[in-house]
Write a protein that binds this ligand. Structure first.
Ligand SMILES: [Zn+2]
Ligand SMILES: [Zn+2]
Length: 325
């Protein structure tokens, strides 16, 4: 199970923290100012998936950096073209004369519109950008427990949307024997599609095929993160393609529909449009996040606008919508 938690409060920016069952590391989608993100959580972060580096999505990188110092981690940062220089710029903002190379290092993966991924590494104290490799892939991050796909949206700058998908797991259910080494042997036989393997279950011999009945597949869950983007047909096609059927979608709803023209001007979506695209993508759970502070006193109505579009019904507002721009 993937557990994704919004770490930014209403007046803050945007940051979603991700944990997986039985998994040592944690992950972040964006790191805008988020007071609910703790020191301890920062130390366990293995990778950051950054949509783009407008300040409201990246200003809290310093907090992550501060709390990872001394962990000896190699932390991966994925993001749009130019993010390696943004990361280096942040690092060059401090003095590192007492920090050695073993303290912390970064791998930065820049995602280009043609699916080319360029990887750089940076080490203290100089934090030079050293290019490691360049390859094409639709997957930006792989782990034995999950993988992350992406698409690049137009926000008058590339804005990367991500989907994290947990790998399905082969599990053993209830069985009438004692636990033992036979379980892993059985799982290997299942994965190799071998139903004739002889398996010794504490002195009793079975074929693997006879024991397959005790196995089942636990379906992995998925979460998608779609931040700032123009509510255009082209962006929507890419979003639906990436997030179709996802368990949970975090999507920007920076403006209300009454300010649609202003949203377009700033290459953003509205709560209604984001709700609609989530409905078209058959998303199971919708989380509308990242709102303009101008709607702070009417955020219930902003959510209602997006939720109604998601559920395909008319919204019921507490107050009639009023333009804030
Ligand atoms: Zn933003
Ligand atoms: Zn932005």
């Amino acid at each position: 199970m993937i557990k994704a938690t919004l770490k930014s409060k209403l007046l803050e920016d945007i940051c979603v923290h991700v944990q997986l069952d039985n998994h040592k590391w944690t992950y972040l989608f964006d790191c805008g100012y988020a007071s609910l993100l703790s020191h301890g959580e920062c130390q366990k972060i293995k990778a950051l998936f950054i949509s783009h580096t407008h300040i409201d999505h990246f200003s809290n990188f310093d907090f992550v950096l501060r709390n990872q110092l001394g962990t000896g981690n190699t932390t991966t940062i994925c993001g749009p073209p130019g993010i390696a220089k943004n990361v280096q710029g942040k690092l060059h903002g401090y003095l590192w004369n007492l920090i050695d190379r073993s303290s912390l290092s970064f791998l930065v993966r820049e995602i280009n519109p043609d699916n080319t991924i360029v990887t750089y590494e940076l080490h203290p104290p100089e934090w030079e950008l050293v290019k490691l490799d360049e390859y094409k892939d639709s997957v930006i991050y792989k782990d034995p427990d999950f993988s992350v796909n992406y698409t690049i949206l137009d926000h008058n700058t590339p804005s990367v949307a991500y989907k994290m998908s947990q790998i399905d797991r082969l599990k053993i259910g209830e069985f009438p024997f004692r636990q033992g080494a036979w379980i892993s042997k059985l799982k290997h036989a299942y994965q190799a599609n071998d139903s004739n393997l002889q398996i010794d279950v504490h002195g009793e011999i079975f074929t693997s095929g006879e024991l397959f009945q005790y196995l089942y597949i636990e379906k992995g869950s998925s979460v998608a993160y779609v931040m700032d983007h123009l509510g255009s047909t082209e962006n929507h096609e890419k979003i639906i393609d990436l997030v179709g059927g996802v368990d949970e979608l975090f999507i920007e709803s920076y403006y209300r529909d009454v300010d649609l023209e202003y949203a377009k001007l700033n290459h953003h979506s509205t709560a209604r449009i984001s709700g609609e695209v989530a409905r078209k993508a058959n998303v199971k759970k919708l989380s509308l996040v990242h709102h303009s502070r101008r709607y702070n006193t009417e955020v219930q109505d902003l959510w209602e606008e997006g939720r109604a579009a998601f559920e395909g019904r008319e919204p019921v507002f507490l107050k009639p919508p009023v333009s804030r721009y």
